[in-house]
Design a protein around this ligand. Structure first.
Ligand code: TYD
Length: 222
């Protein structure tokens, strides 16, 4: 598969969606074809599963894990693989790193089994670059709660099942993300999330830019 595959990871309130959007816009302004996706979701099945997964209906830890993997398997087959084969830059807001952090370190499910499921769902195609927006959980959660409060969102948009978890859960998730970044220095880049949006975007761009030139869209006709 050609193309370039970039994932954004981090705890709740780390600013992933904002940074993923900024990167996608910068890329298209520079003439690159980029596709912005998010997990869980971005397919018909994934959007359906997302509604349950981030809602507050009952679900066991193993069922939760399998639904995230089902959403991912569909996303890989339906969107990521075809886009990469067509030479696009795929930006994914969360990917396998979230399952390792939330279901593995957070819920305490077996990390080797999660790895096996991630391999199955992705066909072994992992991001070329994973940007971890690192933020202390208490700060991230405060951002989430302030955002909900400021927007005066209706009840359906109340904190989801993960945002509502106790701080100890988010501390484990945070450690899980950091461990992955430390164990995979060639493909993971940790960025301090507690700085201005513009400063984070600059670090993201300086990390992504050197990976781009061979993908530049050629506007000449032959
Ligand atoms: P979302 O609203 O997308 O949150 P965020 O904007 O913080 O990404 O909700 C996704 C939630 O699902 C988020 O709290 C993390 C969780 N999640 C997992 O627990 N495992 C996973 O594999 C993925 C992809 C997400």
């Amino acid at each position: 598969m050609s193309g370039l595959f970039i994932a954004f990871e981090g705890g709740d309130g780390a600013g992933k969606s904002t940074q993923a959007n900024i990167l996608a816009e910068k890329l298209s302004r520079q003439g690159f074809r980029s596709v912005l996706l998010h997990e869980p979701g971005s397919t018909t099945l994934g959007d359906y599963l997302r509604r349950y997964l981030i809602g507050d209906g009952p679900i066991s830890n193993v069922a939760e894990l399998l639904l995230f993997e089902a959403s991912r398997a569909e996303l890989m087959t339906d969107r990521i693989r075809p886009e990469l084969e067509a030479g696009a830059i795929v930006i994914c807001d969360r990917f396998t790193g979230s399952t390792v952090a939330y279901q593995g370190h957070g819920r305490g499910l077996d990390l080797e089994k999660i790895q096996w499921l991630n391999d199955l769902a992705t066909h072994g195609r992992y991001p070329d670059l994973t940007i971890l927006l690192d933020i202390v959980p208490a700060v991230g959660l405060e951002r989430v709660h302030n955002r909900l409060f400021q927007l005066a969102l209706p009840i359906g948009d109340a904190p989801d099942r993960f945002e509502d978890e106790e701080l100890r859960f988010h501390d484990r998730v945070h450690q899980g993300f950091n461990r992955q970044a430390d164990n995979n220095p060639k493909t993971w880049r940790k960025v301090e999330g507690n700085q201005s949006i513009g400063d984070v975007a600059d670090v993201v761009w300086s990390t992504v830019y050197p990976m781009l030139p061979h993908l530049k869209v050629c506007s000449e006709t032959v």
